[in-house]
Design a protein. Structure first.
Length: 480
């Protein structure tokens, strides 16, 4: 299979003819090739998006865009299983997870189709002779740099919102996970999205991604990925005074108090780190457990971890492989020299005997009593590694939870209502979940962090504010 870029409503090979291998993470084998885009391809895509932003697309009413996005949602829904299978093969995620991602992209298109005709400006009282109001206008061409962990979902949350806001888009998916998005582009075209409104260029981050971030004719960048690359993207954006939304991951805590419903907490705490093999920006990668129940709860966690099975994506087990040999090496590097630091492995999952030898597997690992300043407790590992830490008082839990450079998400498990509110208010996080984690996807809920977790918010209505420009109009007129 040879995949081309999607530019101006058609497939186009990369100008230089370069191709990149697409590797199946479950086997390590190459099964397709992708266009290796350069600055030239990116420029074609941006030019196509600019032309489209000035054409009939710009004159659609919000209600017409809403109808079109609903048609997009229906077309994606019809292709859900095909998209899930493609995503599962390309990223190594178990089919069940890919199915849930395919359902999520449909929800994003539905949500933004329903939201866009409710996006109103304001009127501002200035007296009898003045009428002032605000208009929310499209920004123009928006750039979307998408990582490999949830291509369908992350495309849905940023591109559906941007299209709803009336922009046109240029997307650079990760070289490790582009296939589902190229198919989505075709499907959206079939659903009626005009040529040039959505363009996708595949390729390397340091080539195509860098060229997109540095392009002088884009009006916004949505980036999801690592803090180091996010910083480079933000510097490029600053050169051109382009606003950015950066979602840069986290080291999110799950805080379990001794009065919590432990039966309810246990499977959620496990899933929050095992889902997508821990390659989730909002992964619950630290579990802070109140001392009185630390022994009991870690014992139950250990039993659950020992029962987890890792294997090929198509076998649909608890955990698939990691995305690449590079990511596997990165996660393994965190698990070296544990003895030297006195860190005990409380439990590990098992590798399925049928897992192909060339796959990039890492079984889930539960680590005991990790000191708060240890890199395992401070850095985003992006693998199925859960760090357990005991705490005494509520204040200690807050200090530990807030004690990393990240601040994306936090989970709190307690039956005490007053404590739920105190914790929610004092935790430094863009989202706090009480007695749940993730609200089953939460398409409607604004999402994003501060500090090393990034800048700005995606999802919900909030994304529409970031993806539009606010214009104030003040009219002086006769009083009567
Ligand atoms: P990156 O931040 O490098 O990649 C994210 C996206 O940025 C990809 O599309 C990538 O393309 C692109 N990119 C890479 N370099 C540039 C550049 N100079 N300019 C513009 N775009 C660029 O993350 P990695 O894939 O290297 O993963 C490293 C770590 O980052 C992970 O272990 C994890 O900790 C974190 N991460 C966090 C994510 C999140 O959801 N918040 C998602 C992914 C990673 P390409 O892949 O083709 O190089």
């Amino acid at each position: 299979m040879e995949c081309r870029n999607w530019i101006d409503g058609q497939q186009l090979g990369a100008e230089g003819g370069g191709l990149l291998p697409v590797i199946d993470p479950s086997t390590g084998e190459t099964f397709a090739r992708l266009a290796q885009s350069s600055e030239v391809d990116i420029d074609w895509a941006v030019q196509a998006a600019r032309r489209a932003s000035q054409g009939p697309w710009s004159r659609l009413s919000a209600a017409q865009r809403s109808q079109l996005l609903l048609r997009c949602a229906r077309t994606l829904a019809d292709a859900r299983e095909e998209l899930a299978r493609l995503e599962s093969r390309d990223t190594g995620k178990p089919l069940r997870q890919a199915q849930s991602d395919a359902a999520a992209i449909v929800r994003y298109f539905e949500f933004y189709a329903g939201a866009v005709d409710k996006l109103h400006g304001q009127t501002i009282p200035l007296g009898w002779e003045m009428t002032a109001f605000t208009l929310r206008e499209p920004l123009g061409v928006t750039a979307h740099i998408i990582p490999w962990n949830y291509p369908l979902q992350i495309f849905g949350r940023s591109v559906a919102a941007s299209l709803a806001a009336g922009n046109t888009c240029v997307v650079k998916p990760a070289e490790d996970a582009s296939l589902s998005l190229l198919r989505v582009a075709e499907l959206l075209h079939e659903a009626g999205l005009p040529a040039g409104v959505l363009n996708i260029c595949t390729g390397l981050g340091k080539e195509a991604g860098q060229a997109l971030a540095a392009h002088t004719d884009i009006n916004h960048i949505s980036f999801t990925g690592s803090p180091d690359t996010g910083r480079q993207v933000a510097l490029q954006a600053a050169q051109n005074f382009v606003p950015v939304t950066l979602e840069l991951g986290g080291k999110s805590p799950q805080i379990v108090f001794s009065d919590a419903d432990l039966d309810a907490a246990l499977p959620v705490v496990v899933n929050a780190i095992v889902q997508n093999a821990g390659q989730t920006c909002s992964a619950g990668s630290r579990v802070l457990i109140q001392r009185a129940i630390y022994g009991d709860f870690t014992e139950r966690l250990a039993e659950a971890f020992k029962a987890l099975l890792t294997g090929a994506a198509s076998d649909n087990l608890d955990c698939g492989p990691l995305i690449s040999a590079q990511q596997q090496a990165r996660v393994r590097s965190y698990l070296e020299n544990l003895d030297q630091d006195g860190i005990v492995v409380l439990a590990k999952g098992k590798l399925d005997s049928k897992a192909p030898a060339g796959g990039f597997y890492q079984v889930p690992v539960l680590l005991d009593h990790v000191p708060v300043n240890h890199r395992l407790a401070q850095e985003e590992i992006f693998g199925p590694v859960l760090v357990a830490q005991p705490f005494g008082t509520e204040q200690e839990a807050i200090d530990m939870a807030n004690g990393t450079p990240y601040s994306l998400v936090a989970g709190v498990w307690t039956r005490d209502g007053a404590r739920q509110v105190r914790m929610a208010r004092q935790l430094r996080a863009g989202q706090v979940f009480v007695n749940n984690y993730g609200a089953a996807g939460g398409v409607e809920l604004p999402f994003g962090g501060t500090g090393q977790s990034g800048i700005g918010r995606e999802k919900g209505f909030e994304a529409l504010y970031a993806l539009t420009s606010l214009k104030t109009v003040a009219l002086r007129h006769a009083a009567s």
